[in-house]
Design a protein around this ligand. Structure first.
Ligand SMILES: [Mg+2]
Length: 169
């Protein structure tokens, strides 16, 4: 159970993740969170880092699906802006539903899918439950988050401390 709250990998940001590194680990696809993983919460504008990350994935043959708990109105225009065709909105993370749906859409098994996100009790927990390889990034801008996410950040603290100390797994 507690193991579900730790990612397989903890990195600074998406720029630390490359297609060749994922391929070496046997990954064929990525499931991407949007808010505070790719851009600040509800920010509609993709950055140069996001564009470069996606180009690297595509060039390396890694399939891409966005899985977000945010609404269609947030997710669809953002996916259009970054040229990502596959997405699941209202994904209900940490349920496995969004990851399962992403796997079906992409035709990739979940053990060959890296789930990337910034929240332990949403992205990491959900990705682990679904049987994905989980990668946690640091949130881009916590100031953009609402009170519910701020509360979850407090609960994340002891887990992140253990991750930083490297006493996990
Ligand atoms: Mg997020």
């Amino acid at each position: 159970m507690m193991k579900n709250f730790y990612p397989d990998l903890y990195v600074e940001n998406i720029s630390s993740i490359t297609a060749s590194m994922l391929s070496k680990m046997g990954m064929e696809a990525v499931v991407l969170d949007v808010d505070n993983t790719l851009v600040p919460h509800n920010d509609p504008n993709p950055t140069a880092e996001v564009t470069a990350f996606l180009e690297n994935m595509r060039a390396g043959g890694i399939k891409i699906c966005v899985v977000s708990n945010n609404r269609y109105e947030r997710v669809k225009p953002f996916c259009d802006a970054i040229g990502v065709e596959y997405f699941v909105h209202d994904a209900l993370k940490p349920r496995a539903y969004g990851y399962e749906k992403a796997g079906e859409i992409m035709g990739v098994e979940r053990e060959k899918t890296a789930a990337i996100g910034d929240q332990i009790f949403t992205d990491v927990w959900g990705g682990n439950r679904a049987g994905c390889f989980t990668i946690m990034v640091k949130p881009i801008d916590v100031k953009s988050e609402n009170i519910f996410i701020k509360f979850k950040r407090l609960l994340e603290k002891p887990f992140i401390k253990r991750l930083r100390n490297g006493d996990v797994k």
